[in-house]
Write a protein that binds this ligand. Structure first.
Ligand code: PLP
Length: 452
């Protein structure tokens, strides 16, 4: 592929005049990075600069860039049959649903949409309608956690627990409640992680009881909070949440939009825990973002309530593009690649090596905690290791920008979490080579050393 040698200033100007970037404030001083192409774990900008993409785009390009097999399968499918609405059916959608069911141990039905937000909206609608048709129409509320992100559409944003993304768009949907997630690093002094996680789960149960359990439709949570700062619960937390859901007739919705498809070292994040979610939402890694596609997986017992033969008992939801044939064909091939290359196991291996190598950063004056699961890492920065005061935005951004200056893109938990915007996030393609991993480790060590 040809490399563009000169910065294309006219392209930058055109961009600044016409493109409204997502969740970004651009101006002449902070110009957009115009990405030209991707190869493996690397992206190359319009000036020919190479960066290891330590965020897989937005936690999505799990198999890495430039996979010809995925382009080919999309091309073949578009030529053969570009589109069918999902009121009908087609082979890639059928095969993909069957494959996903194999990966989940059977017992699910699959509803196709386009994005993670869509998949969560569908989950909320299914949960409410299910309860209505089950004779429990008062169950309309959902509980999620502060710091969690579940999407940008009105329902998914309502479930999101990051006020800064929400307050200018109020009023949002009625009936979305929040509780605090376990943040093990910041647990009260003297309390064991297990005890603390059980206490957090108890607070969730208390919320259900205070709100009147007959009004609660579902709980939505990621297996671990990703965008909100890599908060990994002790297994007792999620297992207790499952128990609470069973006890109070509340549906457990697990958001696997980031954690799914190998990110945490297993096919799905919830498979680390003893869980049987009622509803599972997926997107991003499903197609490694080569095409938009998302899925809401629903336990068959719930699905049956939509097929009672009663008038209007079916799900009143559709979208034009969900289950697009090329997107489904790409998802199938993407999963085939992950299995062929053992990328779920590779994710666990790469993540372990990354954590071991970076352990020495715990001695860095501004590093409070390093944590991860699979190829997903969080580095929590503090101003002071004793008081654990979160590091300033400037300090954290300096690390992000110095990494970029050294050819490594890493993330930060946005401007999203009130008070805690101090966590660096690293979520590279699962297809990273050993050399990619070594590069990443070398850059991180160098940059932290220079910022002591
Ligand atoms: N759920 C989680 C956990 C996410 O991280 C995201 C997006 O980052 C979403 C849902 C929403 O997905 P999308 O951006 O595809 O709507």
């Amino acid at each position: 592929m040809e490399t563009v040698k000169q910065p294309t200033q006219s392209l930058v100007e055109k961009d600044l005049q016409n493109v409204w970037h997502h969740i970004s404030a651009y101006n002449e001083k902070s110009q957009p990075m115009i990405v030209d192409r991707g190869e493996g774990a690397w992206i190359i900008d319009h000036n020919g600069n190479k960066y290891l993409d330590g965020m897989s785009g937005l936690w999505a390009v799990n198999v890495g860039y430039g996979r010809e097999e995925l382009a080919q399968v999309a091309y073949d499918q578009m030529k053969k049959l570009a589109y069918v609405p999902m009121t009908q059916s087609h082979e890639p959608a059928i095969e993909l649903a069957a494959k996903l069911n194999d990966m989940l141990g059977g017992d699910y039905m699959f509803f196709y949409s386009n994005s993670g937000s869509d998949a969560n909206e569908v989950a909320f609608k299914i949960a409410r309608q299910y309860h209505q048709q089950n004779g429990e129409g008062a169950r309309f509320k959902f509980i999620s956690r502060y710091r969690a992100y579940h999407g940008s559409s009105m329902g998914a944003l309502s479930a999101t627990g990051q006020a800064i993304r929400k307050y200018k768009y109020e009023p949002l949907s009625h009936g979305f409640l929040h509780v605090a997630p376990p943040d093990n690093y910041r647990r009260p002094k003297g309390q064991s992680i297990k005890e603390y996680n059980l206490q957090r789960a108890q607070e969730l149960e208390d919320k259900i009881i205070w709100e009147q359990k007959e009004t609660i439709a579902g709980i939505i949570m990621e297996p671990l909070i990703t965008g909100g700062g890599i908060l990994i619960p002790h297994p007792v937390y999620l297992e207790k949440v499952q128990e609470i859901c069973n006890k109070h007739g509340v549906l457990l919705i697990i958001d696997e939009v980031i954690c799914g498809f190998g990110r945490t070292g297993k096919a799905f994040g919830h498979q680390h825990f003893n869980l049987k979610p009622d509803i599972i939402t997926m997107a991003k890694g499903l197609t490694s973002a080569y095409l938009p596609l998302s899925v809401t997986a629903v336990r068959k017992e719930i699905y049956e309530k939509f097929n009672t033969g009663e008038e209007n008992s079916h799900l009143r939801h559709l979208n034009t593009f969900g289950g697009n044939p090329a997107a489904c064909a790409v998802a199938l091939k993407n999963i085939e690649i992950m299995e062929r290359e053992n990328l779920f196991e590779r994710s666990a291996e790469l993540g372990d090596r990354l954590q071991k190598e970076l352990k020495e950063l715990s001695n860095h004056p501004y590093v409070g905690d390093i944590r991860g699961l699979g190829f997903l890492l969080g580095i929590e920065m503090v101003e002071d290791k004793i008081t654990m005061e979160p590091a300033s935005n400037e300090r954290v951004l300096k690390i992000v920008s110095d990494c970029k200056g050294n050819g490594l893109i890493i993330g930060k938990n946005g401007d999203t979490v009130a008070g805690y915007n101090n966590i660096l996030t690293i979520s590279p393609p699962l297809s990273c080579t050993d050399e990619d991993l070594e590069f990443m480790i070398a850059v991180l060590k160098k940059v932290f050393k220079e910022n002591e």
